[in-house]
Design a protein around this ligand. Structure first.
Ligand code: FAD
Ligand code: NAP
Length: 258
């Protein structure tokens, strides 16, 4: 991916926080002209030692009205982009495309009562942006954030999630959000144990949520592992829940990370 100089701005890293050796969050300054909708992604650029720039897509974690930008990243061993990104420290420069992209936004749904946000790994990022914005809370009666990781130490942004309903601007919606952590490779108190696909098929997810997945009421967003997205789409299709397209509104919207 390349971008001409005028297509991006140079931003400064304000903070880098490791979660595990292969996961970290970062905060950058934000260009005053950079606009996005909750759920969208930016193209980030890092400059390599030879002067070339590598670009990758990254979902914003922060809300559209925050002054800064937050991102959440994996470190892929030997990965061209993340090997460079994970070396950056506070004060270093990050290139950010002037335009935001993506369709994992609430305007994909024309109606619906219950919003289900199903993420694997770093795929939780766009949902955190959506949850820090008003729209989901205003439009839906209930919101289920389902976040699947291999091990419990990979559950990121726990205090942000726990504190959402205490925020002044969301207090009136308190009680709408249920956080359902899923840990697949160890037993963890308070978390479901099993893949999202299995948990839908065997009814465990709906039991935990106290709510049924139905074409009439449920609107489902999927983000992260491409195989999870394919498999979950099949499971949902068997229940008459289909991708929402502009010419044919449906129940499902997706963002595939690789
Ligand atoms: C729309 C969109 C939004 C994205 N948002 C994010 C984000 O918010 N945070 C983030 O960490 N990544 C995100 N990604 C993935 C990101 O663009 C890069 O793929 C990632 O930074 C790795 O880059 P790399 O050059 O190091 O490795 P790549 O050569 O790009 O990837 C190598 C391999 O690493 C694995 N991989 C890549 N990304 C991930 C990941 N996120 N989680 C687990 N395994 C992965 C895959 O097996 C992939 O084939 C997004 C991708 C897309 C398309
Ligand atoms: N996380 C680690 O400890 C670790 C360590 C070294 C390297 N890596 C590498 O990092 C990359 C990403 O790892 P990650 O853990 O962030 O992402 P991941 O492999 O996508 O796993 C995240 C969550 O998604 C679940 N999942 C995967 N495929 C699914 C499917 N088809 N349907 C439903 N759920 C599914 C996983 O369950 P399952 O546990 O059942 O797969 C896990 O709960 C991988 O390429 C991996 O090899 C990860």
């Amino acid at each position: 991916m390349t971008a001409s100089a005028e297509k991006y701005t140079r931003q400064t890293l304000l903070d880098v926080q490791p979660l595990t050796p292969s996961l970290f969050s970062l905060r950058t300054t934000r260009d005053s002209g950079f606009r996005f909708r909750a759920g969208q992604f930016a193209r980030l650029g890092v400059t390599k030692a030879d002067g070339s720039v590598v670009w990758r897509a990254y979902s914003m974690v922060s809300s559209p009205f925050d002054e800064h930008l937050d991102f959440y990243s994996i470190v892929v061993p030997g990965g061209e982009f993340t090997s460079e990104l994970s070396r950056l420290r506070e004060g270093d420069e990050l290139l950010i495309d002037r335009q935001a992209f993506g369709y994992l936004t609430l305007d994909r749904f024309v109606d619906g009562r219950d919003l289900w946000l199903l993420a694997t790994g770093t795929g939780v990022a766009p949902f955190l942006s959506i949850l820090q914005d008003f729209e989901a809370w205003e439009r839906f009666d209930s919101i289920k954030l389902v976040y699947s990781v291999r091990e419990s130490c990979e559950l990121a942004y726990q205090s942000l999630i726990a504190g959402l309903e205490q925020r002044d601007y969301l207090a009136e919606y308190a009680g709408k959000l249920q956080f359902i952590p899923v840990v697949t490779r160890e037993q963890h108190p308070g978390a479901l144990n099993g893949r999202i696909t299995t948990l839908i098929e065997n009814g465990e997810l709906e039991r935990a949520a106290g709510l049924e997945l139905t074409p009439e009421h449920s609107r489902v967003m999927l983000c992260g592992n491409p195989q999870m997205i394919d498999d979950t789409r099949q499971v949902l299709k068997a229940r008459d829940m289909n991708l929402s397209l502009s010419r044919r509104p449906g129940q499902v919207a997706v963002e595939t990370y690789w």
